[in-house]
Structures are given as structure tokens and as C-alpha cells.
Design a protein around this ligand. Structure first.
Ligand code: NAP
Ligand code: GDD
Length: 430
């Protein structure tokens, strides 16, 4: 019984849970949803909840403004965590993906940079997190060829700085750390499909930097007995994916071409193969990895592989444009063979016979990873994770539907977007 005379049984009924969940929540051992916290807040008043907040699990996310950071924040808030995100100062607003979370209870932002140990030590010492999700990175593989030193500083040394910040704060025995590792480590692949035992062969400055991150995590686990793990995640996409990654570039272009705002899409290697999953499903795995009994690394993938060409085919098909690919290498084109667009988008001209996809050498990489295909058996067995919650076809549909609505809704801004499309066509924005 608490000061308000309400017993735990009644509280449990209120949120539709077992009594043990309530007592474990009060002890800070499990999370409950935000809506449940709000119900309890109403019943118990602020003081008790404030006391409880001392027991709330705290997560710190670097890269909170990114695709994964935004989904992970939503996921952890829903689980009843207090979420702290590290953002860097920018001259323009980079917080689009988390703007809906700002101002909500239990969501806090702090300035910090992966190149600046002092800022990381300060944030970690102040927040004293139970879990850190290190997602911040220069994450674009092609850009890593243009900025290799910066990529190494953020993606390699940055991981070391996070680990040292945890030690400086005296949290090495309590704080669990997730490192956003990558299938790019397999690079010039030595085995297909790839699992936790497949040898690494990094094939870009990005991958080499991430390999350091992977090994320094293992080193701190072994040297200091810290609970730190790498999730070796294969490509995961969503409607929040950055616009210069190939899937989002394709879905945006399909939407613009369907709505008459772009003539042609220029791509690089159409034959490259990826194991594409849905980002929203993958953040659950990051959390599961840190709830495991012991610190281990996991491959997270769907186990299904498709080419860039296939992704484009399905994306265009979804907006009513059937493509046929002709030619080879730099001469390959994707020609419209049937135009079944919704009549509001059709205007007067049919696209049949037009080359809507062309290949540009601007999007070729000095070394390209072309055969990624993950084997998620270990994650399935040990974490109970379902790698096939969202199929490839559903993923394409989610992304295309979202971009169709975005492009249609942009109204006056659509003309500005056309300029960006032109840049993309000319290969200026990689
Ligand atoms: P993303 O959308 O590019 O987000 C990257 C995040 O890192 C952004 O919040 C960015 O902040 C932040 N960041 C970059 N440099 C920073 C710096 N110097 N200091 C502080 N913050 C910095 O990437 P994502 O797709 O969400 O991926 C998350 C992580 O998973 C990355 O480490 C990526 O390498 C890794 N990963 C991704 C995939 C995938 O398919 N998505 C697969 C395997 C691994 P701004 O918003 O200010 O730029
Ligand atoms: N970006 C881009 N633009 N890639 C293209 C294009 C194009 O116009 N045309 C073909 N591609 C090919 C690339 O050469 C590559 O083989 C493949 O499409 C996927 O490229 P991206 O979407 O840029 O992703 P990525 O696989 O290089 O990197 C992403 O996944 C990694 C996990 O495997 C990033 O999210 C990394 O941060 C992540 O580690």
C-alpha cells in the first residue's frame, strides 16, 4: 500500500499487467510503456513517480538524429526508459527525425561530438546511463573515400572515446554498451551467406574504421570485463533513410518521376546485392543484444538478398511504371515498357519507351562491396528475434508510399526538390 492507499494489485489491473510487473518496475528491473506510466502518474501523483524515476532505466544514444537513433528512441521510450540523446551543433536543423519526441517526458538531448572526448565524458558522467547505444558515425560508404580521415576519427576513434568516457565515469561495471557494427566488415566477401564466424575483409575507409570499432569493443570486453557488444547489422532502410543511400534515392526518384517532377534517375552499380531489412525491426535487436545474459556479437539480417536493379524494378512497379533493363555496365538503361500510373499523375504524356534509369560512373566506388547476404540464425535462436517481420516487398511499398505522399504534399516546395533531383541526376550529390 502506498501513501494514496492504492495497492499493487490495483495498479497492475489499471495497466492490464501482472502484479509482479509492477513490483519489478518499482525496483527498476523492467520497463513499462509510456501510456502505462501516464496512467500510474494519474493514480499516484508526481512525487511517487519522481521517486520511481530514480529507478527508471537510462539509455544514452549517440547518433540520435539519424535513422536508427530516431526509431530506437521511440522503442526505448515505449519500453519505459529515460532516453538521452547526443546531438551535434549544426548551422541548419538536423532534428527532423526526432522533432516529434522533443518536449515529451523522459526524452533529453545533450550536445556532444564523437571527435571531442571531453564532451562525451561530460555527458556520460552527467547522465550515468545503464545502457549506451553508440550509433553516431559518418555512415556513407562512398563519402568515406572523400573524407577518410574524418571517417576514421568518428567511426574508429569515436568508439574508443565512448568506452573511455564510461571508464572515466566509473561505470565500467554497470553500463552496457551497444556498438553499431556493420556487414561492410565482410567487404570483399570470403563466404556467402555471412555469419558471426565469416572472416572480415573491409573494402572501404568506412569499413576499415568500423573494423577498429568492432575490435576495440572486443578488447574492452576481454580486458576490463565490460558488457560491450557489436551488432553486425546488414543494410536496413525505411522512410527515414538518408536521401543519398541507394534505396531512398530510388524511392524518391520513383515518386518524382511518377508525378512528373524528374525525368531520369542516375545510379551506379545496378548488380550490387544487398540483404535489406526494415530499420524499425532492427532497433529491437539492438535492445535485445543488451538484454542478453552475457555480452556477445550478433549478425542481424533478413537472410534474403536482392540486387539494386530489383529494388528499382519493384519501386517503379509500385508507382505503376513497369521497367525493362537493357544493355550492360555503363550502357545499361531501365526503359519504361508499360505506364499504369494513377490517372492524376499521368497528365498528357505516357512514359512508355523512355529511359528512366541510366548508369553514371559518378556513383561507382573505387572498391565496391557487391555480395552482402546475412545469416541471422544466431539472433533468431539466442535472442528470439524474428528477421522476417517485414518482407522485402513490404519494405519497398512502405518507402514508396511514404515518398509518394511526401512528394505530393510538398506543393510549392516541389520545384525546389526538382533542383535537388537535377543535382542527383548530374551526379553532384553522392
Ligand atoms: P545515419 O542516419 O547516417 O545517422 C548517423 C548519426 O550519427 C546522425 O545522428 C549524425 O548526426 C550522427 N553523427 C555523425 N557524425 C557525428 C559526429 N562526429 N558526432 C556526433 N554525431 C555524429 O545512420 P543510420 O543509418 O541511422 O546508422 C546508425 C549507425 O549504424 C551508424 O553507425 C552506421 O554506420 C551503422 N550501420 C547502419 C546500417 C544501415 O543500413 N542503416 C547498417 C549497419 C551499420 P547528424 O544528424 O548531425 O548528421
Ligand atoms: N548510394 C548509392 N547511390 N549507392 C548506389 C548507387 C547510387 O546511386 N547506385 C548503386 N549503388 C550501390 C552501391 O555501390 C552499393 O553497392 C549499394 O548500392 C548500396 O549502397 P548504399 O545504399 O549507399 O549503402 P551501403 O551498402 O554502401 O552502406 C549502407 O549499409 C552498410 C551496411 O552494409 C550504410 O548504411 C552503411 O552505414 C552500413 O554500414
Amino acid at each position: 500500500m502506498n501513501q494514496k492507499g492504492i495497492n499493487q494489485r490495483e495498479l497492475a489491473d489499471m495497466i492490464g499487467k501482472d502484479e509482479t510487473v509492477i513490483s519489478r518496475w518499482f525496483a527498476g528491473k523492467v520497463g513499462i510503456s509510456r501510456s502505462s506510466v501516464e496512467l500510474l502518474e494519474k493514480a499516484l501523483g508526481e512525487k511517487l513517480i519522481k521517486d520511481k524515476q530514480h529507478n527508471m532505466k537510462k539509455a544514452l544514444i549517440t547518433g540520435v538524429t539519424g535513422q536508427d537513433g530516431s526509431y530506437l528512441s521511440e522503442f526505448l521510450l515505449e519500453k519505459g526508459y529515460e532516453v538521452h540523446g547526443v546531438i551535434r551543433r549544426n548551422s541548419s536543423d538536423h532534428r527532423e527525425r526526432i522533432s516529434h519526441l522533443e518536449g515529451t517526458p523522459h526524452f533529453h538531448l545533450h550536445y556532444g561530438h564523437m571527435e571531442d572526448s571531453m564532451s562525451l565524458v561530460k555527458v556520460v558522467t552527467m547522465v550515468r546511463p545503464d545502457e549506451i547505444y553508440n550509433l553516431a558515425a559518418q555512415s556513407h560508404v562512398q563519402v568515406s573515400f572523400d573524407s577518410p580521415e574524418f571517417t576514421a576519427d568518428v567511426d574508429a576513434t569515436g568508439v574508443l572515446r565512448v568506452l573511455e568516457a564510461v571508464r572515466a565515469a566509473g561505470l565500467e561495471n554497470t553500463c552496457r554498451i551497444y556498438q553499431a557494427s556493420t556487414s561492410e566488415l565482410y567487404g570483399k566477401v570470403e563466404e556467402v551467406p555471412q555469419n558471426e564466424n565469416t572472416p572480415f575483409h573491409p573494402y572501404s575507409p568506412y569499413a576499415v574504421a568500423k573494423l577498429y570499432g568492432y575490435w576495440i569493443i572486443r578488447e574492452y570486453r576481454e580486458a576490463y570485463n565490460m558488457f560491450c557488444c557489436s551488432g553486425i547489422l546488414f543494410n536496413h532502410e525505411s522512410e527515414r533513410r538518408g536521401e543519398t543511400f541507394v534505396t531512398r534515392k530510388i524511392t524518391l526518384a520513383a515518386a518524382r518521376i511518377a508525378q512528373g517532377l524528374q525525368d531520369c534517375l542516375y545510379l551506379g552499380n545496378l548488380s550490387s546485392l544487398r540483404d535489406w531489412g526494415y530499420a524499425k525491426d532492427y532497433v529491437e535487436c539492438m535492445w535485445l543484444i543488451l538484454q542478453n545474459d552475457k555480452p556477445e556479437d550478433f549478425v542481424i539480417a533478413t537472410g534474403v538478398q536482392h540486387s539494386v536493379r530489383e529494388f528499382a524494378y519493384y519501386a517503379f512497379k509500385h508507382v505503376g511504371i513497369e521497367l525493362e533493363f537493357k544493355g550492360k555496365g555503363l550502357d545499361e538503361i531501365g526503359v519504361c515498357v508499360s505506364d499504369n500510373r494513377h490517372s492524376v499523375h499521368k497528365k498528357d504524356t505516357s512514359l512508355v519507351g523512355k529511359a528512366l534509369i541510366k548508369v553514371s560512373p559518378d556513383f561507382y566506388r573505387p572498391t565496391d562491396v557487391v555480395n552482402l547476404w546475412g545469416d541471422p540464425t544466431k539472433a533468431k535462436a539466442k535472442l528470439g528475434w524474428n528477421p522476417n517481420k517485414t518482407s522485402f516487398e513490404e519494405l519497398v511499398k512502405i518507402m514508396v508510399d511514404s515518398d509518394m505522399a511526401k512528394v505530393a504534399g510538398e506543393g510549392a516546395a516541389a520545384k525546389v526538390r526538382t533542383n535537388l533531383a537535377e543535382y542527383l541526376e548530374k551526379g553532384i550529390v553522392k
